[in-house]
Design a protein around this ligand. Structure first.
Ligand SMILES: Cc1cc2nc3c(=O)[nH]c(=O)nc-3n(C[C@H](O)[C@H](O)[C@H](O)COP(=O)(O)OP(=O)(O)OC[C@H]3O[C@@H](n4cnc5c(N)ncnc54)[C@H](O)[C@@H]3O)c2cc1C
Ligand code: FES
Length: 279
């Protein structure tokens, strides 16, 4: 039990966890299945993140990519970006990591229930949205229709390929994918993710739209959505901010008094659209 609040966990103390599976999915993205050594499930909600620490190196926030409906550990997708993520990429099966969290509010599932949903993901934005997508697929009676649009920079960069193929073949969602650049092995759509939006025009009315991707993508997706008069209350965005503590103490993630690590990283566009530097 934590000393300073009623939480079962100490928010400052990493829990020991073990790498159960690892797979390099492309040149830069590593998949990890991690299990807490306590044997307990992480108990997360879609859209939340954990702070992953490597002894002697440091700690960094990583989104949880698996749905809470999946038991037996949780999944992460880690891009090799710097010192901590490079150390994470060197982990082998059986190695130990420290885990704090889950943190953030994640997706407010109650706001999404019974709605038709459109997930627009770009690149690594697939990792947090996959948690929500698989949660919806496992609880279909709680939601309306599901449409997923995915854009990836280039064909070799695509990850979770087998899962994407199942999404494309199944009849429980509409899945459309594109890559920015042509490639000999790719026969699908070519162009940025916004080129997929007109293809699902009829789905946009009365839907909630959830957008997650690199910062540059938001501007263009939000501009494209303006054409369809979707209320800003019905557009959700994931804000990724530099984070340190992950628990509202250090101020690193703050925008206009909003602590993204605590109340985010998912916000309604109506809540943050007017905040300078939010998008
Ligand atoms: C809520 C949240 C969820 C995240 N989820 C994931 C995830 O699922 N998978 C994943 O691979 N990464 C994710 N990230 C980004 C990840 O935390 C950073 O890549 C990581 O902190 C870099 O740490 P490092 O020590 O490896 O790199 P550093 O040595 O600290 O930095 C390497 C480079 O990355 C830049 N950088 C560091 N942190 C960030 C950041 N937050 N945003 C943009 N650029 C940054 C630095 O400026 C530098 O250029 C997430 C970040 C946040 C805030
Ligand atoms: S990361 Fe420390 S306050 Fe949000």
């Amino acid at each position: 039990m934590c000393d300073c609040c009623s939480s079962k966990k100490d928010i400052y103390l990493p829990e020991l966890a073990t790498v159960k599976k690892r797979k390099l999915m492309n040149g830069t993205e590593l998949y990890l299945l991690i299990q807490l050594d306590s044997g307990e499930e992480l108990g997360h909600k879609p859209g939340q993140f954990v702070e992953v620490s490597i002894a002697g190196i440091g700690e960094c926030p990583i989104s949880i990519s698996s749905s809470p409906t999946q038991k037996g550990g949780f999944e992460l997708v880690v891009r090799n970006a710097g010192s901590v993520t490079k150390a994470i990429h060197k982990l082998k099966v059986g190695d130990k990591v420290g885990i704090r969290g889950p943190f953030g509010e994640g997706y407010h599932i109650d706001q999404l229930k019974n709605r038709n949903l459109i997930c627009i993901c770009g690149g690594l934005g697939l990792a947090p949205q996959r948690s929500l997508i698989n949660y919806i697929l496992d609880n279909p009676s709680d939601f309306g229709t599901l449409t997923v649009l995915l854009g990836t920079k280039c064909y070799p960069q695509r990850f979770f390929r087998e899962e994407l193929a199942k999404w494309a073949e199944g009849d429980d969602m509409t899945f459309k994918e594109t890559v920015d650049e042509e490639h000999d092995c790719w026969t699908g759509n070519v162009g940025v993710v916004t080129t997929l939006i007109p293809k699902v025009e009829s789905h946009l009315k009365d839907s909630a739209v959830l957008v997650c991707g690199p910062p540059v993508m938001y501007k263009f997706v939000l501009m494209a959505l303006e054409e369809y008069d979707i209320p800003h209350d019905d557009i959700y965005v994931n804000l990724e901010r530099r984070m340190k503590c992950g628990v509202g103490k250090c101020g690193h993630c703050q925008i206009n008094g909003e602590y993204v690590c605590q109340s985010g990283p998912v916000y309604r566009y109506s809540e943050i659209g007017a905040m300078p530097e939010a998008i």
